[in-house]
Design a binder for this molecule. Sequence first.
Ligand SMILES: [Zn+2]
Length: 356
Amino acid sequence: MTEDELREEISADPELGTIYREASIALENAADSSAIESVRVDFLGRKGSLSALLQGIKELPQDERRRAGRLGNYLKSWLERSLEEKGNKLRRQELESTLSQQRLDITLPGRSMPYGTRHLLSRIIEEIEDIFIGMGYRVVEGPEVELDYYNFEALNTPEWHPSKSLSDTFYVDMPGGEYDDVLLRTQTSPVQIRVMETTPPPLYVISPGKAYRHDVPDATHSPMFHQVEGLAVDEDITLGDLKGTLEHFAKRMFGEDRSVRFRPHFFPFTEPSAEVDVSCNICGGTGCRVCKGTGWLEILGAGMVDPNVFEYVGYDPEAISGFAFGMGVERIALLKYGVPDIRYFFDNDLRLLGQY
Ligand SMILES: [Zn+2]
């Protein structure tokens, strides 16, 4: 039987013919893809009229069953095909009308999110670490809340030393009265003592971190600031080793053509002690506003470790020697990048921090 013949026979059948005509009209009237779906449910769904009719075929007598089965199955596949074709056509039309109504200008620039950057001080600390790690140093850290013993006494700082006064040091009240000598460390130097107490020489360490002093904030002072402390202890360490080490550091940090000079100074825990200057990286040593016309910038304090300090930690000052140095991270950053005021580092103004 051809399709035309099948359809003719379906039309002539009272029940199949009714379903065929109703389905044709419903398909014709379906105006969108959701209407197509409800036509499918009405005829082919679990309770649909064609489904019910196909269910009933197996109740028919054998001779009618074959004919009804063939016609019913044809009607079902015709309806499925028609639903598919009409559905595709309607979905295509819906997409076209959506595209023509909702124009999206893909040439408009997007809204960009600002990138964060690492804080300049963090990057300077990393740079200092890298330079010393390259010379075989290890990075160590210590507590910011410290005992008087580590911050002063073991560093050979006598009771009468002015830096111990309440006007310079933040002392911490501890509950229970068990400790009366707790403070915020005024320098990173106590880490030297803590490392030497637990590690036998030779020792090559640097210790970056925060320190605290009772300073009124101004262009060059902040009550919280960062230091990097360095310590080398070994057999036969000399002042020449210290000078070579700091010269290497200054060239790596401020430029290959920099030189350093030592000016005699006093620190309780080193003897001899020196303040170390680097030739001005702004004017190259001829004198400018930043170096106040001298051609030199003070960058750190250093010296040979006082034998008394070695005795505090149980090192034998006859067998070993060492040098120590300490530098202010903010000062290095001010000099290297020409930042005019230390307070800028802590204002968290992204317009400034983003420049470096
Ligand atoms: Zn200068």
